[in-house]
Ligand binder design. Structure first.
Ligand code: FES
Length: 124
């Protein structure tokens, strides 16, 4: 049901775990399946210099979080904000139709983490 890349990110997730003293945190949940995803970012000079995730969810949700962290590490906040749910699914080489909502969590949590950082650093 899942392709090799999804299975790889599911079985060997990159950047998994909590971050101490993040610059911003974003958390989203899916009401239907009950899955929860949390993204932590460290920001320096308007760039995401580090990113971690905690995902309590299905394999596609874990793979989406993992690949997302690789996609946006080193990017500017604006570049990371432009990453869409579809970009995450495409980066994984596609997800089964019924699992597309799982990749939505990743981009949504990232965007929330950036909004959280920005709201705390309005004068920066
Ligand atoms: Fe809910 Fe995948 S089934 S995030």
């Amino acid at each position: 049901m899942y392709n090799e890349k999804v299975m790889d990110h599911f079985q060997n997730p990159r950047n998994a775990g909590e971050m101490l003293k993040p610059s911003g945190v974003g958390e989203v949940g899916n009401m239907k399946c009950g899955d929860i995803m949390k993204i932590f970012i460290k920001v320096e000079n308007d760039h995401i210099v580090d990113i971690n995730f905690l995902t309590f969810g299905c394999g596609a949700a874990i793979a989406s979080s993992s690949v997302l962290t690789e996609m946006v590490k080193g990017k500017t906040l604006d570049e990371a904000m432009a990453v869409t749910n579809m970009d995450v699914a495409n980066q994984l080489g596609g997800l089964p139709e019924a699992k597309l909502h799982c990749s939505n969590l990743a981009a949504d949590a990232l965007h929330k983490a950036i909004a959280d950082y920005r709201s705390k650093n309005l004068s920066a």
